[in-house]
Design a protein around this ligand. Structure first.
Ligand code: FAD
Ligand code: SF4
Ligand code: SF4
Length: 477
């Protein structure tokens, strides 16, 4: 065992410094500082180099965590970067926004008794250092191949697939209906979790490696899917899930009740310097308002914290279950509480009040009942427990479902699962349409960036196998 490792016994866990809440509320900059070089090395040295590393087993990318921690502890950062980037297209992004407490770090063996190795912060540090030192080189295929592949969707699934396919020499074109590359990394996730520059430098990196981007290209809208299919030898669908789950009840149609993603896209565009009329008009701007966000997932957490930074008068999160049973990351709840968000647990909206626009939410208290077939406790309203919350802006953050792709693409043969996601053959990522593959949230349902990267990587490998098989079949004829 290297002398550098196993320091967890004597060295306590140290996370990168977090900015004070009062300071964070004033801007949209990231809230965690970068590790200082010494801290990164010493924190990496806390790893006990497990024979069976449960951190890696529970990382969706099976990252070779103990080895790059050891290299970091030894100061061999360029090698650490090479190793971490071999399995992860965007280590610096995962290091920032993976829910590590549920994945790698939550399963680190020294978590029991000592606190886990700060894997995410080291992963981020290694790749940020690689960018600063010029170690991140453009993709350089060993040879060019003539097959051309279209990827629809420039989110993490599409971009991870683009990296891997281009690395094999394919001619890759990524189409997206937005004007920037990144999908939810740019337009969903706020800058205080992931600064936009981090995503935009990856856009340039992919372009430098020969990946082509066609933006403002709404496939199924202005550009028919059939035309795109005819242009390319294979297509990968990585379009994500965007149909917002809605809420009914009296007053649900009142102005001032908005969808989470509309609110977040507006805020992100404003931060990117775009002209955003709905922000300027106040329609999608929390400034000076009493804001109620409905939901308990990561999207809801991003909305409450965005509203705080837009200088809302008050921000309340209404969630029908309790803190222990919410889907969002507890780390983000803590951050939101520090920043001044009020959480009203075990409460659900009953009606939205107001004349020509929303002015209040009437909510009812809930209690948790017996577990259902899935093991999750049911929630039931408590009779006579209604209460009213003042609200000039209500943000619905109840999750997302897939859009109707067969309808949008005019491809009735594109088969769906019972959840409305795209049906793919296990292992091959191929949909019911020959030569059309799919990956990311559109297959998995709303998930995580790290899973999208994994799917993109695996779908690229499946597409490569598809072409190799076709070549073998041709050669045998
Ligand atoms: P997306 O990122 O959604 O990308 C799909 C792309 O396809 C988009 O750019 C879209 O414009 C494009 N597209 C769709 N239809 C068409 C069409 N017809 N023509 C052309 N282009 C099209 N995950 C985490 O791990 N950590 C987090 O902190 C986190 N926070 C989140 C916060 C919010 C607000 C949201 C909504 C999600 C968050 N997630 C988080 C989840 C994560 O962002 C997604 O799981 C991930 O982005 C899915 O990747 P994807 O590539 O499948 O899809
Ligand atoms: Fe942990 Fe995510 Fe990095 Fe995997 S990709 S090591 S889960 S932070
Ligand atoms: Fe190191 Fe923890 Fe992974 Fe073990 S589980 S190899 S201690 S990071």
């Amino acid at each position: 065992m290297a002398e550098h490792m196993l320091k967890f016994v004597s060295l306590p866990q140290q996370t990168p410094a977090k900015r004070a809440a009062d300071d964070r509320r004033e801007d949209f900059n990231e809230i965690y500082d970068e590790f200082a070089p010494d801290a990164a090395a010493s924190q990496a040295s806390r790893c006990s180099q497990c024979g069976i590393p449960f951190c890696s087993v529970n990382c969706p990318l099976s990252n070779n965590i103990p080895d790059w921690l050891k290299l970091t502890a030894e100061g061999r950062l360029e090698e650490a970067y090479e190793l971490s980037s071999a399995t992860n297209t965007f280590p610096e992004i995962c290091g920032r926004i993976c829910p590590q407490d549920r994945l790698c770090e939550g399963n680190c063996v020294i978590e029991k008794g000592f606190e886990s190795v700060t894997i995410g912060a080291v992963e981020r540090y290694v790749t940020d250092t690689a960018f600063s030192n010029g170690w991140v080189k453009p993709i350089l295929p060993a040879s060019e191949r003539e097959e051309s592949i279209a990827i629809i969707g420039a989110g993490p699934a599409g971009l991870a697939a683009a990296e891997k396919l281009r690395g094999k020499g394919y001619q890759v074109t990524v189409y997206d209906r937005h004007d920037r590359v990144g999908g939810l990394l740019v337009y969903g996730i706020p800058s205080f979790k992931l600064e936009k520059e981090i995503v935009l430098r990856r856009w340039k990196w992919l372009e430098d490696g020969g990946v082509k981007f066609v933006l403002n290209a709404d496939i199924g809208g202005k550009l028919p899917f059939a035309e795109l299919r005819a242009r390319h030898d294979a297509v990968l669908l990585a379009t994500g899930v965007y149909k917002a789950r809605d809420i009914g009840g009296p007053g649900a149609g009142l102005p001032g009740i908005v969808k989470a993603l509309d609110f977040l896209i507006t805020s992100n565009r404003k931060g990117l310097g775009d002209e955003v009329p709905d922000y300027e008009s106040g329609l999608l701007n929390a400034a000076g308002k009493d804001v109620v966000v409905i939901g308990g997932g990561d999207t809801a957490m991003d909305c409450v914290r965005t509203a705080i930074r837009q200088d809302a008068k008050s921000v309340t999160c209404l969630y029908r279950r309790d803190r222990q049973n919410m889907p969002g990351s507890l780390r983000e709840v803590k951050n939101a509480e520090e920043e001044g968000v009020t959480f009203t647990w075990l409460s659900a909206p009953e009606a939205f009040l107001g004349e020509d626009k929303v002015s209040a939410v009437r909510a009812v208290r809930m209690h948790l009942g017996l577990p259902d077939a899935s093991g999750r406790q049911s929630v039931e309203p408590i009779e006579g427990s209604s209460f009213t919350l003042k609200a000039d802006l209500v943000i619905k953050a109840l999750g997302f479902d897939p859009e109707d792709l067969p309808g949008a693409f005019n491809e009735p043969e594109l088969k769906l699962t019972g959840w409305g996601t795209l049906k793919v053959r296990p292992g091959s990522f191929e949909t019911s349409l020959p030569g059309v593959f799919a990956a990311g949230d559109i297959v998995r349902g709303a998930s995580l960036v790290v899973w999208a990267i994994r799917d993109g990587r695996d779908a690229a490998a499946a597409i490569h196998r598809h072409f190799q098989a076709a070549h073998r079949a041709q050669a045998a004829e």
